[in-house]
Design a protein. Structure first.
Lengths: 360, 281
């Protein structure tokens, strides 16, 4: 049995079902990232696990013990909030010491543990400050220290890097796994940022409309998204999705896309004759300004994003596609519209059912 | 000092004078004899006398037709007892209730809160006569307990509605965080919710103290001189030989002092910011 097991969890508000029949099992020491768009039910799910709300149905078992009937204070859960939720009338030291105070830890040990945790998160020099005197990054670290210092069996991190600036976000992406490993914590980490999910998670659980649509290794979610919805959420620029109808022709499978005809790899028989959505990531489309065997397209615009150049292509019949390539090529300083040729790496293409959006 | 700040200082002084002048004049009057006060035109130059204060403290009101006994010191004591205990009772009852109204949705919750507020809409005279009859038959007439009970009509809605707003502003996440730290609900209430709502509690306490202190009609009808506060007691200065303006002024000065002291004491909490910057807005 897994360390943290959620089975058949449901929660509605009035007529609106926010969490529907959600199940997941998390191993001890695992780092699970819950990824989803805003309004998908992440906050409600965390509140259900933390015990601030009662589920309508389902069970939450931590370390073999059902916790749904326990009060938050008895669940042995640490949590860092997106808004930090520090106690404004207590110093950083007292904030961090709070979980130890409730357990009547001797004063000397409180001091040692608070200082150890604070030193690891590099906030030991501001322990006597009130929260209002801390920077955003320090507040966030204080909240993190408070969630860890009591060594809870499960740590919930609710988008903790959302409100900190980019520099701290990068620092923390490196630091968090190290710190959490020290505490041997089982972590549920909520984020809206797919890169954070990719960088931190042992597994990523994609939460859409109140249920997990895919729970898998981050690269699997990226390379083999379960549905068009997941494919669209995971990736920047967003994946290209085009409705297609592949047909069997000349001993293989072909399809019309962006005004041209392409031949699909040999193992594509399953998609022949179906209404599909064809998905291809921007980095799997190569663009050349010299004529190639690829599709003739118009290069409409070009813009740098995260050290890559993102290009907006338009096919002859109007289909728009994103392509991208590393910076440092002749395209770097290109402006205006150009004639171009696009080649797709069809081995890395995705096909989804056009009706329900599920991967084929 | 440039022109702008001079103008500003002048404006502030004028506004200050405008609002403080009545208070200043009352203080002057309390050191005047009735003859000085009634002089026409009035003048701020006179030979000060402590006669008025002496009369109040000694309880002997000397008028042209004779000496009259007044209980102003008892009135002052009554005012303090009535107002202080009314506020304390309202805080004990109202703060937990305000928390419940702020945090929990329960059946008829809004209706109950509104009903409590509606006590403030009704003219007190509407209920006073029936109340008087009830009070007389159950022995609450002319008692502190009876008046403190009725004063809840004034103080409880104030406490409830002001403090409720402050509790609503306390982030639920902060409370949840404290509970996840392993603290019980009760300890969270006392260690987190109350301290964070303290400016509101202080404001509500001060306001309801002032309202209770200034109440006139309840004590006039529901008590005799043994429990009546200063507002009613001041009627004694309207004597057969005329109105003793000097004593009234001295009595006013006395009656302002407790509220002033309380205001100065609670000011520290009033100005204390609510969220203190722990929650990112």
């Amino acid at each position: 049995m897994a360390f943290l097991e959620i089975t058949g969890l449901s929660k509605s508000f009035k007529q609106h079902e926010v969490i529907r029949d959600l199940s997941v099992a998390i191993e001890k020491g695992e780092f699970l990232v819950i990824f989803g768009p805003s309004g998908c039910g992440k906050t409600v799910l965390l509140r259900l696990i933390a015990g601030m709300m009662q589920p309508d149905a389902g069970d939450i078992v931590i370390d073999g013990r059902s916790v749904v009937d326990l009060n938050p204070e008895n669940r042995d859960i640490g949590m860092a909030f997106q808004n930090y939720a520090l106690y404004p009338h207590m110093t950083a030291y007292e904030n961090i010491a709070s979980p130890l105070r409730s357990r009547h830890v001797p004063e000397a040990e409180v001091g040692t543990r608070v200082h150890d945790t604070a030193r690891m998160l590099r906030i030991d020099h501001v322990l006597d400050h009130l929260p209002k005197a801390l920077s955003q990054g320090q507040k966030q670290r204080t909240a993190l220290a408070r969630s860890l210092v009591g060594r809870p069996s499960v740590v919930l991190l609710d988008d903790p890097l959302r409100n900190v600036d980019a520099k701290i976000r990068y620092e923390m992406r490196f630091e968090l796994p190290r710190v959490l490993r020290r505490y041997e914590a089982t972590v549920i980490y909520v984020t809206q940022d797919y890169k954070e999910a990719m960088a931190l998670g042992d597994r990523v659980a994609v939460l859409v409309d109140g249920a997990f649509r895919q729970v898998a290794h981050p690269h699997e979610v990226y390379d083999a998204p379960g549905t068009t919805r997941i494919a669209r959420l995971f990736g920047d620029p967003p994946i290209n999705l085009v409705p297609v109808q592949p047909v069997t022709a000349a001993g293989g499978v072909e399809m019309n896309v962006a005004g041209g005809t392409v031949r699909l790899p040999a193992d594509s028989a399953a998609v022949a004759g179906r209404d599909c959505t064809f998905g291809i990531r921007s980095e799997d489309i190569w663009v050349s300004l010299e004529p190639t065997e690829g599709l003739p397209v118009t290069l409409e615009a070009i813009t740098p994003v995260n050290n890559r150049l993102v290009m907006l292509l338009r096919g002859d019949e109007g289909t728009e596609l994103f392509a991208s390539c590393p910076q440092g090529s002749a395209l770097d300083h290109l402006r205006g519209r150009h004639k171009a040729w696009a080649t797709m790496d069809l081995a890395r293409a995705h096909f989804f059912d056009h009706g329900d959006g599920v991967r084929i | 000092m440039n022109g702008k700040s001079v103008l500003r200082a002048v404006a502030l002084t004028l506004i200050g004078l405008f609002f403080l002048f009545p208070l200043f004049w009352v203080v002057l009057m309390s050191f005047m004899t009735n003859a000085d006060i009634l002089r026409n035109p009035p003048s701020p130059f006179f030979s000060p006398t402590f006669h008025n204060y002496v009369a109040l403290v000694s309880g002997q009101l000397v008028t042209t037709v004779g000496t009259q006994k007044i209980d102003y010191m008892l009135n002052l004591f009554n005012s303090t007892v009535l107002s202080a205990f009314s506020v304390i009772l309202s805080l004990i009852l109202g703060v937990p209730a305000a928390y419940a109204f702020a945090r929990y949705k329960f059946r008829l919750g809004e209706d109950m809160a509104f009903t409590l507020l509606s006590f403030r809409f009704a003219p007190p005279l509407l209920v006073l006569l029936p109340l008087l009859l009830y009070f007389q038959s159950i022995g609450l007439y002319d008692t502190y307990i009876g008046l403190i009970w009725v004063y809840q009509l004034i103080t409880l809605p104030l406490v409830l509605w002001i403090v409720r707003g402050y509790f609503e502003d306390v982030s639920e996440d902060i409370e949840l965080a404290y509970r996840l730290d392993g603290h019980s609900w009760l300890s969270t209430f006392f260690r987190i919710s109350i301290p964070l709502a303290r400016p509101g509690i202080a404001a509500a306490a001060l306001l309801s103290f002032i309202f209770a202190w200034n109440n006139f009609i309840f004590a006039l009808i529901l008590g005799s001189s043994s429990v009546q506060p200063v507002t009613v007691g001041a009627l004694a200065f309207v004597t057969a030989s005329g109105i003793e303006y000097g004593q009234i002024a001295a009595a006013l000065v006395f009656s302002i002092v407790p509220t002033l002291v309380l205001a100065m004491f609670t000011q520290r909490y009033l100005v204390e910011g609510l969220s203190l910057g722990a929650i990112k807005g």
